[in-house]
Design a protein around this ligand. Structure first.
Ligand SMILES: Cc1cc2nc3c(=O)[nH]c(=O)nc-3n(C[C@H](O)[C@H](O)[C@H](O)COP(=O)(O)OP(=O)(O)OC[C@H]3O[C@@H](n4cnc5c(N)ncnc54)[C@H](O)[C@@H]3O)c2cc1C
Length: 376
C-alpha cells in the first residue's frame, strides 16, 4: 500500500502542497486533502469586498473545481487530531496517515477583545467584510478607527491598506473632509522589518491626513460610549471601528496538544513538528515568518519537495528560506510591493518596490496564476 498523506486544510498551504504532490507523484500520490469549506478565497479579496470593488460571489473559488491526479479533496470538519498516532477524526469518520500535514490556518478570537463585534466591525472574515461593505455607505461624518487587536495577525500590511482605501472610499463620496481616520497597531512602524516600506506608508498617511498611532494594540471597545481602550490605557473615541481581531490556532489544533503559545512550533527549515511524520505549515505554525499566504505556500513547497524526494529517491530540498513578497495597496489604484527575507540573516530585512503600473499587473498575476495552477 502506498504512503498515506493526509493534509488538513485546503488554504494557501494545503492547495500548494497537494498540487506539488500531484505533479510529482501523479496517480500514486495517495493524498487526502480535508477542508470544511466549499470554496477558497484569497485574503486580499476581503478588502475588495469591503470597499465594494468585488461581489462576494466573484471572489469565491469553489473547491468543486479542484481536480488533481492522486488527490481526493474531502469536505469534512476536523474534530480531533492525534499527532502520536497520526489519526484524524472528522464529522464523517477517521483518517489514518503515514505523513500528516497540518495546514489549518489561524482562526479569530473575537471574545479576546470585549465589545469588538457589539461596538465595531471586523473585516478579516468574508462575512465581516460583507457587513463592513453594508455599513460603510452609512458613514458620512465622524471618527473612523482601523484598529489591530492582537499579534501576530495575518498580512501585516492589510490594516494600512484598509486605512488608505477607506480614505479613497470617503473621498470618492465627497465626505472625506467630514471624517477623521486613525490607524492603531501594536507595531511602532507599519512594517517593522522594512524601514523604507514603513516610511512610504507613513508618508502616504501624512499626505491624506490619516493619523498613525503605533505602539499599542486595541484591548477593548465600549459599545455604549463608542470608545476604544488601548493596551497602554489611552482611549480613542470612534464613530466607525474597523478591527483586525486577535488570532489563534483553530480549537481542534489547540486541543491536539501540538500547540505552544497558541501555535504549532516547528523546525523552521523543515517544518517538522516534534511528532514523527507530522508537519505544520502556514499560519497555524510558529516559523519565524509573518502570517501571509506567500509564506504559507513557501513552507508547503518545502514539505512537498521533501515528500516527493523521499518517494522518488531524489535529493531533499534546501530548507525553507523565509522569503516572500507582499503586494501593498497604496490607494488611488497604486500598488507597491515589499520583498522580505525573514530567516537567512541575523534579523528580518525587507525592501520596498515603489508603486507602479507593473506592480498592479503583478498583483493581478499573483492571484490569477495561483487560481489557474490550483483549480484548472
Ligand atoms: C484582509 C487580508 C488580506 C490579506 N492579504 C494577503 C496578501 O496580499 N498576500 C498574502 O500572501 N497573504 C495575504 N493575507 C493572508 C493570507 O490570506 C493567509 O496568511 C493565508 O490564507 C494562510 O494560508 P494557510 O494555508 O496557512 O491558511 P488558510 O488559507 O487560512 O487555510 C486554512 C484552511 O483550513 C480550513 N479549516 C480550519 N479549521 C478546519 C477544521 N476544523 N476542519 C476542516 N477545515 C478547517 C479552513 O477552512 C481553511 O480553508 C491576507 C489576509 C487577510 C485577512
Amino acid at each position: 500500500m502506498s504512503e498515506r498523506i493526509v493534509v488538513l486544510g485546503a488554504g494557501f498551504a494545503g492547495l500548494e502542497l497537494a498540487t506539488i504532490l500531484s505533479e510529482g507523484l501523479g496517480e500514486e500520490a495517495g493524498v487526502t486533502l480535508i477542508d470544511d469549506g466549499d470554496a477558497f478565497v484569497f485574503g486580499y479579496s476581503k478588502l475588495d469586498v469591503m470597499f465594494g470593488h468585488a461581489e462576494p460571489e466573484s471572489v469565491r473559488i469553489p473547491y468543486a473545481t479542484f481536480a488533481k491526479p492522486g488527490v481526493r479533496l474531502l469536505r469534512e470538519t476536523i474534530t480531533a487530531i492525534d499527532p502520536e498516532t497520526r489519526t484524524v477524526t472528522t464529522d464523517e469518520g477517521e483518517h489514518e496517515a503515514d505523513v500528516l500535514v497540518v495546514a489549518l490556518g489561524a482562526d479569530y478570537d473575537y471574545a479576546a477583545t470585549p465589545g469588538l463585534l457589539e461596538g465595531g466591525n471586523e473585516f478579516y472574515s468574508v462575512a465581516g467584510a460583507e457587513r463592513v461593505r453594508d455599513v460603510l455607505p452609512t458613514f458620512t461624518k465622524g471618527r473612523a478607527v482601523v484598529g489591530v487587536c492582537g499579534a501576530p495577525f495575518k498580512c501585516p500590511p492589510a490594516p494600512s491598506e484598509a486605512a488608505l482605501l477607506l480614505h479613497d472610499f470617503l473621498a470618492e463620496r465627497g465626505v472625506r473632509d467630514d471624517c477623521d481616520i486613525s490607524l492603531v497597531m501594536g507595531f511602532e512602524t507599519p512594517i517593522p522589518p522594512s524601514p523604507d516600506t514603513s516610511a512610504a506608508l507613513l508618508e502616504a498617511f501624512a499626505e491624506r491626513g490619516i493619523a498613525f498611532l503605533g505602539g499599542s494594540k486595541v484591548a477593548s471597545l465600549d459599545p455604549a460610549a463608542s470608545v476604544a481602550t488601548l493596551e497602554n490605557g489611552s482611549e480613542i473615541p470612534f464613530d466607525l471601528f474597523l478591527g483586525v481581531p486577535k488570532h489563534r490556532a483553530p480549537d481542534v489544533v489547540l486541543a491536539s496538544g501540538m500547540a505552544e503559545d497558541g501555535y504549532v512550533p516547528v523546525d523552521s527549515r523543515t517544518l517538522e513538528t516534534r511528532f514523527p511524520g507530522v508537519y505544520a505549515v502556514g499560519d497555524v505554525a510558529t516559523v519565524g515568518v509573518p502570517k501571509a499566504g506567500v509564506f504559507s505556500e513557501g513552507a508547503a513547497r518545502v514539505v512537498a519537495a521533501t515528500i516527493v524526494a523521499r518517494r522518488t529517491g531524489g535529493a531533499p530540498p534546501a530548507g525553507f528560506d523565509g522569503r516572500g513578497s507582499c503586494y501593498i495597496e497604496f490607494g488611488g489604484g497604486r500598488v507597491g510591493r515589499v520583498d522580505i527575507d525573514f530567516l537567512s540573516g541575523p534579523k528580518p530585512t525587507g525592501t520596498l518596490k515603489e508603486p507602479s503600473e507593473e506592480l498592479v499587473a503583478g498583483k493581478r498575476h499573483f492571484g490569477a496564476s495561483r487560481r489557474a495552477r490550483w483549480f484548472s
